[in-house]
Design a protein around this ligand. Structure first.
Ligand SMILES: Nc1nc2c(ncn2[C@@H]2O[C@H](COP(=O)(O)OP(=O)(O)O)[C@@H](O)[C@H]2O)c(=O)[nH]1
Ligand SMILES: [Mg+2]
Length: 345
C-alpha cells in the first residue's frame, strides 16, 4: 500500500515526492503532474529530510561500531551500555560476556527486547561482580593462630612498603611477639629500607642471605607469633629466581604467601605475571598503587580470573596509613565511583 506523508497520498514537494511505503521512507524525483501548476519549492522541508537521512546514516555507523566492541549484540540496550562501561574500566571482554549472561539469568531476561531499566541492570551487575570477587580480609586465617606472611611480586610493586604497613597493623598494634625477615639480599638498599622500618616500628629484624637460609631463620623464629617475610622481585625472564623461591617456600606450608601486584597494570599484563608468580602458590592478592588509577576493572577482573581472594589494598606511600583491608563494599565503591581513599572516606 502506498500512503502519502500526512495526507494519505503522494505529496508534491517541488522536484521531489515523498512516499511512505509500509515502514520505509523513500525520496526521489517527483513524476510530472499534467494539468497541475508546479508547486512552489519547499526547500526547508527538503533540507530537513536530507539532514534526517544523514543523521540516520551517522547513527547506524555509530551503532555498528559500538556493537562490534561488545561481546554480543543480542543484549538489551541497558546491558550493552553497562558492558561498554565495564570494558572501558579495564575488564576483559570474555569476563564482561560472562557477567552479562549471569545478569540476564538473575533478572530473568531472555530476549534483547525484554525491559529491565537502568537501575535494575546496574544493581544486577554489582551483585554478580560481588559474588564473583573473593575477599579474605588481611593476613592470617584462624583468629589467634600463628601468622607467617610472605609478600612476593614483581620489583617495584610495593612489597616492602606494604610489609611495613602490615607489620604496624598486625605486629605492633596487636602487641604479639613479631619479627620482620628480609630476604632481599640482591640490593643492599632494599634490606636497609626494611631494617629502618623495623627500627621505627620497634620490631626485631633479620636478613636471610639466600632463599635457602630462609628455612634456618624460620626455625630460629618459630616462637614468634607473627612473622613478616619480605622478598626481592624476580624479573619476568628470571625463571631460576622463581624456581629458587618456590623451593624455599615448598618446605614451609605455614607460610601464607600474598602476591603483591600494581593496580595500574592492565589485565593482560597481570595475567602474564600470574603465569610466573603462580609457581609460588600464593593464596591471597594485595593490590598496590590503587591511588594512581581510576580504572579498576583490569585488576578486579584479574582477581576473578586468578580465583584468589583479595586481602588488602594499598592506596599511597604513607606507612602505615595508606592500607585498607579488602571488603566487597569497598571494592564496589571503587568500581562504581571512586578511588580506595575516597571510597573509604
Ligand atoms: N602511589 C603509591 N606508591 C606506592 C604504593 N605502594 C608503594 N609505593 C611506592 O612505590 C615504590 C616502590 O615500593 P617498594 O615497597 O620499594 O616496592 P618493592 O620493590 O615491591 O618492595 C616506593 O616509592 C613506594 O613508596 C601505593 O600504594 N601507592
Ligand atoms: Mg622491596
Amino acid at each position: 500500500m502506498e500512503a502519502g506523508l500526512n495526507t494519505g497520498g503522494n505529496r508534491q514537494l517541488g522536484p521531489y515526492a515523498v512516499t511512505v511505503e509500509s515502514e520505509s521512507i523513500s525520496a526521489g524525483p517527483a513524476p510530472e503532474a499534467p494539468g497541475l501548476v508546479q508547486a512552489p519549492r519547499l526547500e526547508p522541508e527538503q533540507a530537513g529530510l536530507e539532514a534526517l537521512q544523514s543523521e540516520i546514516g551517522r547513527l547506524s555507523v555509530l551503532v555498528r561500531s559500538l556493537a562490534s566492541h561488545l561481546p554480543s549484540f543480542s543484549y538489551m540496550p541497558e546491558l550493552q551500555m553497562a558492558a561498554a562501561q565495564l570494558e572501558a574500566s579495564g575488564f576483559p571482554q570474555a569476563l564482561v560476556g560472562e557477567v552479562l549472561e549471569r545478569v540476564e539469568r538473575r533478572l530473568g531476561l531472555r530476549q534483547s527486547q525484554d525491559q529491565a531499566g537502568e537501575v535494575r541492570v546496574r544493581r544486577g551487575i554489582a551483585a554478580e561482580l560481588e559474588s564473583m570477587l573473593a575477599v579474605s580480609p588481611g593476613p592470617g586465617g584462624a583468629a589467634g593462630g600463628r601468622r607467617v606472611i610472605a609478600l612476593v611480586g614483581p620489583p617495584g610493586a610495593g612489597k616492602t612498603t606494604t610489609l611495613a604497613k602490615l607489620a604496624m597493623r598486625y605486629g605492633v598494634s596487636s602487641r604479639a611477639p613479631s619479627v620482620i625477615l628480609s630476604t632481599d639480599c640482591y640490593r643492599v638498599a632494599a634490606a636497609e629500607q626494611l631494617r629502618a622500618y623495623a627500627a621505627i616500628l620497634g620490631l626485631p629484624f633479620a636478613l636471610a642471605e639466600t632463599p635457602g637460609s630462609l628455612s634456618r631463620l624460620l626455625v630460629e623464629q618459630r616462637h614468634k607469633e607473627v612473622v613478616f617475610i619480605d622478598t626481592p622481585g624476580c624479573g619476568p625472564n628470571d625463571q631460576d629466581c622463581f624456581e629458587e623461591w618456590s623451593r624455599a617456600f615448598a618446605g614451609h606450608p605455614e607460610v601464607e604467601i600474598h602476591l603483591v601486584l600494581p593496580a595500574t597494570a592492565r589485565y593482560e599484563d597481570l595475567m602474564r605475571a600470574w603465569r610466573r608468580w603462580s609457581q609460588l602458590q600464593p593464596v591471597k592478592l594485595i593490590f598496590t598503587h590503587t591511588d594512581e588509577t581510576t580504572f579498576h576493572g583490569g585488576w578486579m577482573g584479574f582477581a576473578i580470573s586468578a580465583g584468589l581472594p583479595i586481602s588488602c589494598l594499598s592506596f599511597g606511600q604513607r606507612v602505615p596509613e595508606d592500607l585498607e583491608v579488602a571488603s566487597k563494599p569497598l571494592l564496589m565503591r571503587m568500581l562504581f565511583g571512586s578511588t580506595a581513599r575516597a571510597a573509604n572516606a
